[in-house]
Design a protein around this ligand. Structure first.
Ligand SMILES: [Zn+2]
Length: 718
């Protein structure tokens, strides 16, 4: 079984072929802790529960009893009953939550290939400027620090992602990490954000929730997450923080669970995925009260900034504190207070939502919606209008019957450039694409055409369902995945994304001719994914067509200049062709694309060594090892450099470090024995030569003979 795409192995050197290079995850260093507070501000906790449908909460009308902790919490909170997310996808939704900006302003449109630009001000920065300690505790891969949301946080804990292939961690672990941090910072104003990912697919609740919800595992995940939140609330009660902390809880989006033909989320803008639970409990709490005015998750940032007395600048969201205070006063029956929340909010203020997921992936029309307290209008090739009062399930499209109302609501959409495509972002590639796929997210983009832009996603719902089903099966059921992608192609023969994923199935199965044909078809259909070009290159290279491989890798880095793996592979290929200058340039580009990666430094070191630039080679090896200390091949090369420079002592240290990671590393055993001999340590030399003779592959005939000769010499001098 072939991995779809792993970071390419390093160059080979000195003794002979080195085995595949281990993969090192690279992550940034945590930011330094903030200085102690000088201003007294209220502690603030924001909890975002990923993929939590509003209608699963008892306080939002569920009779399933899944959320006792949240329901108890809601009894002291303002509960917004018509809150919507601006995008039903994790990364852009959170970019809005943490900036107060709509996606058009912050620029993050899907989970794949976008990152929050450094110039976009964040809530965490504004709070830090008010001397808040800021900590974020992440539960899922789509919010990894490198996507840009970490800016402004003293601590951005996504450490669990360092494990190869990790995509999520359970709510209890997020709560444990967050409460430890909160305990350390409770004597100063702090802002803690917890991201609980569990209700996101795949649905696999832990015991006892799995057994209790065997036929509804999504509900089991919701119940588990609520229990973890209960433990957070208990901890805050015990430490006396609960009553003096402002706590805001919302979802980033819901989950369709098959409604309107949608399996998960991201495609449509129906309430199953855009309506979210939204609870605000200010310090001291208040009597429960519902606020029925439409609000946006973009309102969270300005509301939190207002609680902290911080300034966020001009944003799309609104400070909801007037609504919260009005609702609290009304609930307490305060004389003169608002008897209807219209007094504190505009019931016809339209709340915005969008989805560009299929637009980016497939070139189809984007969807944009506005929602008032009664109506929802969805802009699409076939526009939709729903009366949410009489038709909360959004089943009767009234766009034709109420055309004037529909047109009026369309005018409330933020930009007159309706239906414009966003510029396709570089897709996640390699490992990143694999991790997203394991969460059900597709990566890549299609060059849109006039015909594709006219496609209404709701008219292709079966195509999308087949693609999602294929992605869902890709890791565990290749045959089923293949059938699903083939079904998508029967329904939509020009679908380049389905062609590419079908080719991936062939590639993983080692059916290289099918894979090659599939990738070529996908590229011809406008779906240009770096992985397709990288895999085409590795097929061509395997068959000895080096020029073709080089052309494909050049395409990959043109699509995504930041694809460090593609640059690294291009460097390896150039080195194989003997073009060492071109190889050096490619490895340098790989370093620039992903500075934390050790492999390009190692490969460049091998090039320097081949060209006789010993000091440069050793310097590059040290840089590689600074990025990944457990990099046995780099330790080995470093040792060899010291040995060549007649420095047996550091040489032996380096070889020993290589052997600590790879005990039967033949080349390092040979080098260690040689260094030990130079140091006059015959017992060590004998041990390492003996082991070398045992483990060395047959092509080391000469070295094995040399080792035997050395062993005989050692025997004579015993
Ligand atoms: Zn999400």
């Amino acid at each position: 079984m072939f991995a779809l795409r792993a970071f390419a192995p390093g160059l080979t050197a000195v003794l002979a072929a080195l085995a595949a290079v281990s993969l090192a995850a690279c992550r940034g260093e945590p930011l330094p802790a903030s200085s102690p507070a000088e201003t007294a501000g209220r502690p603030i906790i924001l909890v975002t529960v990923d993929t939590l449908r509003a209608d699963r909460l008892g306080s939002y009308g569920s009779a399933k009893g899944l959320t006792p902790a949240l329901d108890r919490f809601a009894r002291g909170a303002a509960r917004f009953t018509a809150a919507v997310t601006q995008v039903p996808l994790t990364l852009p939704a959170h970019a809005t939550i943490l900036t107060g900006l709509h996606p058009a302003a912050h620029g993050v449109r899907t989970n794949d290939g976008f990152r929050l630009a450094t110039g976009v001000p964040t809530l965490a920065e504004a709070l830090r400027a008010r001397r808040y300690a800021t900590g974020a505790f992440i539960g899922g891969y789509p919010l990894q620090a490198s996507y840009g949301l970490a800016r402004g946080f003293d601590r951005y804990d996504d450490d669990f992602l360092r494990a190869a292939g990790a995509v999520e961690r359970p709510a209890d672990e997020v709560v444990r990490a967050a409460t430890a941090w909160i305990d350390q910072h409770q004597s100063q104003p702090f802002f803690a954000w917890l991201h609980l990912f569990d209700p996101h697919s795949p649905y696999a609740p832990p015991p006892p929730f799995a057994a209790a919800h065997a036929d509804a595992p999504y509900d089991g995940e919701v119940a588990y997450t609520d229990a973890a939140l209960g433990r957070l609330f208990d901890h805050l009660q015990r430490s006396g923080l609960f009553s003096r902390t402002a706590i805001l809880i919302a979802a980033d989006h819901g989950e369709a669970l098959g409604e309107h033909g949608e399996r998960t989320h991201g495609t449509f803008l129906y309430d199953a995925t855009v309506r979210v639970p939204f609870l605000v409990r200010l310090a001291g709490g208040a009597a429960a009260r519902a606020v029925t005015v439409p609000v946006e998750t973009a309102d969270l940032a300005p509301t939190i900034a207002a609680i902290a007395g911080a300034s966020l600048g001009a944003v799309d969201g609104q400070n909801l504190l007037p609504l919260v205070h009005a609702s609290a006063a009304a609930a307490l029956g305060t004389p003169g207070s608002a008897s209807h929340d219209a007094a504190a909010g505009d019931p016809e203020r339209p709340a915005y939502s969008e989805s560009y997921y299929q637009n980016v992936l497939l070139g189809w029309s984007p969807l944009r919606a506005v929602r008032t307290s009664r109506w929802k209008f969805i802009e699409a090739p076939r526009p939709e209008l729903y009366d949410l009062e009489s038709d909360p399930g959004e089943r009767r499209n009234l766009a034709d019957d109420r055309a004037a109302l529909a047109t009026g609501l369309q005018r409330a959409l933020p930009s007159p450039a309706a239906g414009a495509s966003v510029s396709p972002a570089p897709a996640a590639a390699g490992e990143a694409a694999e991790r997203l796929r394991s969460l059900g997210y597709v990566s890549g983009s299609t060059i849109p055409s006039a015909a594709s832009r006219a496609v209404d996603p709701k008219d292709r719902v079966e195509v999308w369902a087949a693609i999602e089903d294929g992605i869902d099966r890709a890791g565990r059921d290749p045959r089923g995945a293949q059938q699903s992608f083939e079904r998508a192609l029967r329904l939509d023969p020009g679908n380049g994304l389905a062609m590419k994923y079908l080719a991936d199935v062939s590639f993983r199965a080692g059916q290289m001719r099918d894979a090659r044909d599939g990738y070529r078809r996908a590229i011809a259909a406008g779906f240009r994914h770096p992985d397709a070009f990288v895999n085409l290159a590795s097929i061509a290279e395997r068959d000895g067509r080096l020029d073709e491989a080089r052309a494909a890798l050049t395409e990959a880095v043109q699509i995504m200049h930041g694809d460090a793996d593609a640059w690294n592979r291009l460097g390896l290929l150039e080195a194989r062709r003997g073009a060492l200058d071109a190889a050096r340039r490619a490895f340098t580009s790989a370093m620039a694309a992903e500075p934390g990666r050790a492999e390009p430094y190692y490969n460049l070191a091998v090039i320097e060594r081949r060209e006789g630039n010993e000091p440069a080679a050793q310097a590059r090896l040290l840089e590689a090892l600074a990025r990944n200390p457990a990099y046995p091949e780099a330790q080995y090369e470093l040792g060899t450099g010291y040995l060549l420079a007649r420095q047996p002592e550091p040489a032996l240290k380096a070889y020993q470090a290589a052997l600590a990671s790879r005990p039967d590393y033949a080349e390092a055993l040979f080098g260690a024995a040689r260094a030990a001999l130079d140091l006059g340590r015959p017992d060590e030399a004998r041990r390492d030569y003996e082991r070398f003779v045992q483990v060395a592959p047959p092509e080391y005939r000469q070295q094995i003979a040399a080792a035997r000769e050395a062993l005989r010499g050692l025997e004579r001098h015993r």
